[in-house]
Design a protein around this ligand. Structure first.
Ligand code: ZN
Length: 275
């Protein structure tokens, strides 16, 4: 009964609205017909059974292993890209693929969920993926609960796309302390900072960004950039070319640290800065 009353009221509002529209638009019969037709279409649309949800994206096969670069033999440097994936990430992947360069992407959980196919491509093409929190919070001023939530949610987002969680973590703003590192350790992740800051978020000039990165190109360095800024992506070809001239190989953070720190894999909870 209540439903019928509500329906009646809705109909009354609809008729009043229709009359108002006819009044405003001059009220021709064909207008009224068009309006009624749209209304009927909308109603049918609402009643149509919902489309089944799309099947989940395929993840990497369980046997997938990131191709390794032997940085004990080669002179390696690590380019790292934070805050994505975003609209410019695929353009960056094309550049890296052309140069056969590997990089590390510290992704935001919410962006990973928004661009799952891009994240999958990042891993498929042999780049390393790390956690950069869910919402880019400064964890040193967040309570334990929030730190947990930020790390867990991002690891889940990454795992749902790739099939495995990351082993590297980069705290937003580089804000870390013993407590944050303990959380990272509990989640099986090493804390990765950087030795070269391009400040590309501040300077949206690809020439400036490229110059700063090129200056920091040396064996074992970890270079900080952001793939959410088109200007940073624009700087990459110049960086790749300079690395080639200097005889440096662009490799993932884990591969670079394997040589410079002499570790098989970066230790969970330990902080690494690069050279
Ligand atoms: Zn960031």
């Amino acid at each position: 009964m209540r439903g019928a009353v509500r329906w009646g009221r809705r109909l009354a509002i609809g008729v009043a609205g229709l009359m108002g529209l006819m009044l405003v638009s001059g009220g021709s019969a064909s207008d009224a017909h068009r309006i009624e037709w749209t209304w009927a279409e909308k109603k049918r649309e609402a009643e149509r059974p919902k489309e089944p949800l799309l099947p989940p994206l395929p993840t990497l096969p369980p046997t997938f292993e990131r191709p390794k670069t032997d940085c004990r033999k080669l002179r390696c440097v690590a380019l790292t890209f934070d805050d994505g994936p975003g609209p410019d990430t695929e353009r960056l992947l094309d550049m890296l693929a052309r140069a056969k360069a590997k990089a590390t992407f510290f992704v935001i959980g919410l962006n990973a969920a928004q661009y799952p196919d891009v994240l999958l491509r990042v891993a498929e093409e042999g780049h390393e993926v790390g956690n950069h929190t869910q919402k880019h919070l400064q964890l040193t001023s967040e309570p334990d609960k929030a730190v947990d939530r930020e790390l867990d949610a991002t690891n889940r987002a990454i795992k749902s796309v790739l099939g495995f969680p990351p082993t590297l973590f980069r705290p937003p703003y580089g804000a870390t302390d013993k407590r944050v590192e303990r959380h990272a350790r509990d989640d099986g992740m090493a804390v990765i900072l950087w030795s070269v800051d391009t400040n590309d978020w501040e300077n949206r000039d690809s020439g400036v960004v490229a110059r700063r990165a090129v200056k920091g190109l040396r064996r074992g360095s970890i270079i900080l950039m952001h793939d959410i800024h088109p200007t940073s992506v624009d700087a990459v070809p110049r960086i790749l070319e300079a690395a080639r001239r200097k005889g440096l190989t662009l490799a993932s953070v884990s591969d670079v640290l394997a040589a410079s720190e002499g570790v098989k894999k970066p230790k969970p909870g330990k902080k690494y800065l690069g050279r």
